[in-house]
Design a protein around this ligand. Structure first.
Ligand SMILES: Nc1ncnc2c1ncn2[C@@H]1O[C@H](COP(=O)(O)OP(=O)(O)OP(=O)(O)O)[C@@H](O)[C@H]1O
Length: 496
């Protein structure tokens, strides 16, 4: 009987050729599937996606599933994928499952990543099964890459090197310029200006993976070899190798390439064996012509679960942050993504979305998808009114989380003062400053009027709020540490 991964791969393969590229990229590639008894559960990122897929593609999917499963699947349902993007952290424990599954010889093979780039695949071959199984580890050597690009049918097996994640599709601004430049620089052959290791950190959904895939794509174009791992795949493959006395083979294979990328490196914390093995590779990739890129959700100094040996090594080269993009960058990202999907997004609509989705580009994309799905379902043109309607739930959630009570509470906690102090009249700087910050955040995040904000802060005059906003703007421009605190607070509130 066909396994679910292969079945779904085959269905996607067929769908890819039956719809336009942008429809496939936007609506079908993000889907995943698993099987429960005789039901295939297709998972989509959100409700709009689900309704769009049901309306436009479910019939085709059902037919393809029936064809490829040869009747073993009786029903196909489409659900929201609540677990999407949730990290699967406990992999050393889970490794037993991996080993158990490895009794399937295809999977055993796949534990050595370079096997995933067999240059002469056929759709539905071992290769496509492998690719869906180890979707997060990639190795490409020059032989394989030529074959991979020569053969269009190969594209899906490289689909985990997201073809949309390139330097050309990345929008830069103050929030990510340094990370972009560092990546761009080291992706040039013989660059004299590269830092090793390059450590990129920042919250989820801000483009770290996008940038690392962009570097990998450039390496690919320049016939240079690389491995890309998420930490969890690195751990899986390491554990398998250790248990099967293949660790030296595994490391030898990795050491052959020019570039090693490990995403979500924080996942290695506490996994003693895996992290020690990683450290032995570290030395190889930070000398000579080799290059190491690491990404994490936090700065090395904050990775307290790692011992000092790791933290200091992580900071040997260049450590760069990616931060939430400013509003004009968010607008640009929206317009660029819209154009990419062949849609026109009027400026006022882009501005509305950017004002309401602030801290995470992945969510920005989600909101855009929702707008497009709505336009597709209703056939309505994209206008501000339509966008406001399509995003009413997002806006309501934001209004709920970002209210002035919450802002005062979070700012008070952050500066270790009481909410009573913030509301009160004391003018000592240790209290007046957090109060001004809370007012400025209220203005920025709720968009409420100066008089209303003054009223909510213990009946103050609107000029006090205006003065607070000016003062905070001046301090942010003059003092990077202050600016960072402000941004952290803003992000905390928007993630709430
Ligand atoms: N500056 C940008 N320009 C264009 N697209 C962007 C930008 N930043 C992020 N994105 C898009 O946002 C989405 C999420 O980005 P990505 O997966 O790289 O985030 P991440 O920082 O690696 O998050 P995580 O830590 O959760 O893996 C991707 O679709 C990516 O293309």
């Amino acid at each position: 009987m066909i396994d679910t991964a292969t079945l779904w791969d085959k269905c996607l393969e067929d769908l890819r050729y039956s719809v336009k590229d942008n429809v496939f990229t936007m609506w079908l590639r993000p889907l995943s599937a698993h099987q429960e008894a005789q039901t295939l559960i297709v998972r989509a990122p959100n409700d709009y996606f689900v309704s769009y897929i049901k309306k436009n593609h479910l019939n085709d999917i059902e037919q393809l599933v029936a064809k490829h499963s040869q009747g073993s699947i009786e029903e196909v349902v489409v659900h929201v994928d609540n677990a999407s993007h949730s990290a699967h952290l406990d992999l050393e424990i889970d490794a037993k499952n991996v080993i158990d599954q490895a009794s399937n010889s295809l999977f055993c093979e796949s534990l050595f990543p370079e096997d995933s780039i067999n240059p002469s695949p056929t759709p539905g071959s071992q290769r496509s099964q492998i690719s869906s199984t180890i979707a997060n580890s990639i190795s490409v050597d020059s032989e394989a890459q030529k074959a991979a690009f020569a053969d269009a049918a190969d594209a899906r097996s490289l689909s985990y090197l997201n073809p949309d994640f390139t330097f050309e599709t990345f929008v830069t601004g103050k929030s990510n310029n340094l990370a972009y430049k560092a990546c761009y620089e080291l992706s040039k052959p013989q660059s004299k200006n590269r830092h090793n290791p390059l450590f990129i950190y920042g919250p989820s959904g801000l483009g770290k993976t996008h940038l690392m895939h962009s570097v990998a794509s450039r390496y690919l174009k320049n016939n240079r070899s690389f491995y890309y791992f998420t930490s969890e795949k690195f751990i899986n493959q390491l554990v398998y190798s250790l248990r099967n006395n293949k660790i030296e083979d595994f490391k030898k294979k990795i050491k052959k390439v020019d570039l090693l990328i490990v995403d979500d490196i924080h996942v290695l914390a506490g996994k003693t064996k895996s992290s020690n093995e990683f450290l032995t590779l570290f030395a190889d990739f930070t000398s000579g012509d080799k290059q190491l890129i690491l990404a994490s959700d936090r700065h090395p100094s904050q990775m307290t679960e790692f011992d000092e040996r790791f933290r200091s090594r992580f900071s040997w080269g260049l450590t760069v942050a990616v931060e939430p993009p400013e509003i004009d960058t968010r607008v640009q990202i929206l317009q660029k993504k819209a154009a990419w999907f062949g849609m026109t997004l009027p400026k006022d609509c882009a501005l509305f979305i950017a004002q309401n989705v602030v801290s995470n580009v992945r969510r920005l994309e989600g909101a855009l998808n929702q707008v497009f799905a709505n336009a597709n379902l209703t056939g309505a043109p994209i206008t501000l009114e339509m966008v406001q309607y399509a995003l009413k739930d997002i806006v309501a959630m934001r209004v709920q989380a970002v209210n002035m009570d919450n802002i005062r509470k979070i700012v008070a906690e952050y500066y270790d003062v009481s909410v009573k102090d913030i509301m009160g009249r004391k003018r000592t700087r240790s209290i007046a400053r957090p109060r001004q910050i809370a007012m400025a955040l209220s203005r920025e995040l709720t968009g409420d009027s100066f008089p209303n904000i003054g009223q909510s802060f213990g009946g103050r005059d609107h000029t006090t709020v205006m003065h607070a906003c000016d003062k905070v703007a001046q301090l942010r421009a003059a003092d990077p540490a202050f600016d960072k605190d402000y941004k952290s607070l803003s992000m905390m509130l928007q993630a709430a």
